[in-house]
Design a protein around this ligand. Structure first.
Ligand code: GLN
Length: 343
């Protein structure tokens, strides 16, 4: 039995004998809360990382965007922002990677802040999915994307942010910098050019939505903004801060409440829960049970509602396009501390 499980058991036993057996459930609840609040440490993160660090050999670094294939497959990092905003980082803490699809929760926030939820969701659904992230799902049926977290809906969401040229992208970048309090965050231009040159399937979705009138555009600037947002470089720590932000009603890890908004965080966390891990989302909800968003760069951001943020990085992906070791590290942490919504 792990040390922290043992100490919560001792606390629970003490509380049970003190309060009386008819209040056992209450005592267990208190013990569980003490456990969650007190014991996530760097040592725990290191032991989970060490346990899972060789799993990368079972996955595959994405190379359908050629530039992504250059990432060293054994890089790994694990970060948590605790309830009081403290940052814990282990592994390759300085390793940068592109945010990819995790940017979709930021662009959704920017678009909804600007236009209101109704205007965005008149054009797309709140559906979950059994399809991969780049599937044309629904575009050929009723023309509307399934949700804002698969590529079609995300391309449409970004196209709805006001501004000419790269202004919508700049708004997304500024929001990522704000949430992470990290003004050094920049685009990786090689990845951007690589996506732009090879992203013909995304281009196809863009033109279908132009055809149906969902996207109004005279050129590909709006599509380029989607490629740009995916090419923003972050670390696992940045992802943990993004997770913390949405977990806490859009409160930044340092307590800043400039964008405080419970409705936006409810919207985004619900989308993360139903579609954030693509066709794996249902099984992920069953095993992890937390709003999460993955990217093909190998990152996953996790929100533990009203509590903490988790960020992981390991570039070798499973067959759904989710970080393989990243998922297993999240699962271990969640199981060890009963962090899941349904625990
Ligand atoms: N830029 C990637 C793409 O559009 C994002 C996909 C992802 O991270 N799942 O294909």
């Amino acid at each position: 039995m792990k040390k922290n499980n043992l100490s919560s058991l001792i606390i629970a036993t003490f509380l049970i004998s003190f309060i009386g057996t008819n209040q056992t459930v209450y005592a267990q609840k208190i013990a569980k809360e003490i456990n969650v609040q007190k014991t996530i440490t760097k040592e725990v993160l290191t032991s989970i990382l060490d346990k899972n660090k060789n799993l990368y050999t079972q996955g595959k670094v994405a190379n359908y965007i050629p530039e992504l294939g250059k990432m060293q497959s054994n890089k790994i990092a694990f970060s948590v922002v605790t309830e009081n905003g403290k940052v814990l980082n282990v592994g390759d803490v300085n390793q940068k990677f592109t945010i990819q699809s995790i940017s979709k929760i930021i662009s959704l926030m920017v678009a909804v802040n600007e236009k209101g939820e109704k205007k965005i969701f008149d054009k797309m659904g709140y559906f979950g999915t059994d399809k991969p992230f780049n599937h044309f799902a629904n575009l050929d049926l009723n023309g509307k994307p399934l949700n804002p977290l698969m590529n079609a809906g995300a391309i449409l969401t970004t196209s709805l942010i006001d501004g000419e040229g790269d202004i919508p992208y700049q708004k997304i970048l500024q929001m990522v910098r704000y949430i992470t309090k990290n003004p050094t965050i920049e685009i990786n231009n090689s990845v951007y050019n690589s996506e732009k040159e090879t992203g013909h399937k995304n281009r196809g979705m863009f033109y279908i939505m132009k055809n149906t009138g969902l996207i109004v555009a005279n050129n590909e600037d709006k599509l380029d903004n989607y490629f740009r947002q995916c090419s923003i470089e972050v670390t696992a720590e940045d992802l943990a801060k993004i997770g913390y932000f949405f977990a806490n009603h859009c409160t930044r890890f340092d307590g800043d409440k400039k964008y405080y908004n419970k409705e936006i965080s409810k919207l985004i966390e619900s989308q993360m829960l139903t579609a954030g891990m693509y066709e794996f989302s249902g099984e992920y909800a069953r095993t992890v049970g937390l709003p999460s968003k993955s990217g093909v760069g190998g990152g996953i951001t996790v929100s533990v509602p009203n509590k903490i943020g988790i960020g992981v990085f390991s570039p070798a992906l499973d067959s759904h396009g989710n970080s393989l070791a990243g998922y297993r590290m999240i699962l271990d942490l969640v199981n060890q501390y009963n962090l899941g919504l349904f625990d």
